[in-house]
Ligand binder design. Structure first.
Ligand SMILES: [Zn+2]
Ligand SMILES: [Zn+2]
Length: 477
């Protein structure tokens, strides 16, 4: 009934818990890996309500040469380029009008060098930074009226439908109880009654994956045999033993002296070697994808690991680590999954949790004409039909998260961001290429005959590294 009070209390509880956690960490010298799972389920992010996508219309593209021709025919004289005084702001010669393609000679610098321009040929207004935005007209999906920009934030602009006859607005007002109406009169800001859209301005070009680059790593500096390296990776990644335990095991069982720091260094080198292979492998995908976040400790601070995953083929498609659980991270995670699809399917759907960042990410991609559906599985019980239908898929990725945590738990003593990301990369290599999966009749997600022939896990690690090295040489030759 009083959502702001609940949010406040939750924030306070979280804050208290953070203090307790910090104190415990100081007392025991250990970080408590599982703690975030125990934070209240009703996380504050729920209060952000994301509306449907607006209707996005693009300006029709025009041809400046035809327009100049028309001008000449109607006026009997050609349209002259912009006359510039010595004092006027220069227009970069590389700039064209985004709507009609007119060269820079026909462009006015509109507002004293702040990067806004106007085309003399087609009158189109645009800015250098966000050219594509100016080509879009945003309309309310409920009443088809143009949306009005009401706020400019760091990463996005906020648009609102201000039409009083809009069905969205009318339904919200009519749906209020007497008490709510009274409150609304006193404090209209506390209610969201109008359609809102957030337009992203972040500098991120989707689907613009570069070709693979040769990693800057020299495996010849690993001074153990490839079999020993395979053993180390098996204990450390497959069995989730910490670098210290792995070092102890190597000494006690195999009689090989190697420090835990050296193991961490090897881990980094192997991760760098395998990363292009994992990221550019031509995976065969199913079309059922889900995403989830989990927490990892990086440099003494909690970070988020985003997993996107083919739920049927059991292949991890993206695994970015970010200090923030924000829309930019969600966009990155989805983009890394999208680039692995040979073609983006028409009925593409991502199943995720109730976090609104995924809906905002969906809107971002729609702005770039990349369309997919987002289904949110919310809470612990099936209160809505979507949650009931897609929960099994969501549970699959939650299981993946548990597997990851099981392996990660003992290895979380990493001091640096790189160390942690290296382990995540190795885990993905293990999960996609080496780990037999019961749901796949004991097969690994990516079946590779060259790996299948080898019976032991250290041997398979060695072969996988060899395949990755061979592959990168072929790609960059
Ligand atoms: Zn133009
Ligand atoms: Zn409207």
């Amino acid at each position: 009934m009083y959502p702001h009070i609940i949010t406040y209390l939750l924030t306070f509880i979280n804050y208290q818990e953070q203090i307790i956690r910090t104190l415990l960490t100081l007392l025991t010298g250990k970080s408590l890996f599982n703690k975030p799972e125990e934070t209240p389920v009703n996380k504050p992010y729920r209060k952000l309500q994301v509306d449907d996508l607006p209707m996005i219309e693009t300006y029709e593209k025009l041809d400046y040469q035809l327009l100049l021709q028309e001008f000449l025919e109607t006026n009997g004289k050609p349209l002259k380029p912009v006359k510039r005084r010595k004092t006027s702001t220069p227009v970069p010669t590389s700039l064209n009008c985004p709507r009609c393609g007119a060269p820079s000679d026909y462009l006015y610098a509109n507002n004293g060098g702040k990067g806004q321009y106007q085309c003399k040929v087609c009158q189109c207004l645009f800015s250098k930074k966000n050219r594509f935005l100016k080509e879009l007209i945003l309309k309310c999906p409920h009443c088809s009226k143009s949306l009005e920009k009401i706020k400019e934030r760091k990463y996005f602009n906020v648009y609102k439908c201000k039409n009083n006859n809009c069905s969205y607005y009318k339904n919200k007002i009519n749906g209020m109880s007497k008490k709510e109406k009274k409150q609304f009169k006193k404090d209209p800001q506390a209610f969201k009654v109008r359609y809102i859209y957030r337009e992203f301005r972040i500098d991120y070009k989707p689907l613009s994956k570069e070709s693979p680059k040769k990693p800057k790593v020299d495996l010849s500096r690993i001074y153990v045999s490839s079999h020993t390296l395979g053993l180390i990776l098996t204990y450390h990644v497959n069995y989730g033993l910490s670098a210290r335990k792995t070092a102890a095991l190597m000494k006690d069982v195999h009689g090989i002296h190697i420090s835990h720091q050296t193991i961490l260094n090897y881990e980094k080198s192997v991760a760098l070697t395998l990363k292009p292979y994992i990221d550019y492998y031509p995976y065969e995908l199913s079309g059922q994808f889900c995403g989830d976040e989990t927490y990892i400790r990086v440099n003494g601070r909690w970070h988020y690991l985003f997993f996107f995953f083919d739920a049927v083929k059991k292949i991890i498609l993206s695994y970015p680590v970010s200090p923030n659980r924000d829309t930019v991270s969600a966009i990155r995670a989805i983009d890394e999954a999208l680039v692995k699809m040979k073609k983006i399917p028409e009925d593409l759907t991502f199943i995720v949790d109730g976090n609104p960042i995924y809906l905002l990410a969906q809107h971002f991609f729609a702005q770039h004409d990349i369309w997919f559906d987002v289904k949110q599985v919310i809470g612990l019980t099936n209160e809505d039909p979507i949650s009931a239908e897609y929960r099994p898929l969501k549970q699959i990725i939650e299981r993946l998260n548990r597997t990851f945590k099981g392996n990660y738990r003992s290895t979380h003593g990493f001091g640096s961001e790189n160390g942690s990301v290296a382990f995540v990369t190795l885990f993905v290599a293990y999960f996609n290429f080496l780990r037999p999966h019961s749901a796949l009749e004991g097969k690994v997600p990516v079946v590779n005959p060259a790996l299948e022939k080898i019976t032991t896990m250290p041997g398979r690690w060695t072969k996988l590294i060899e395949l990755a090295q061979q592959w990168i040489i072929e790609q960059t030759a």
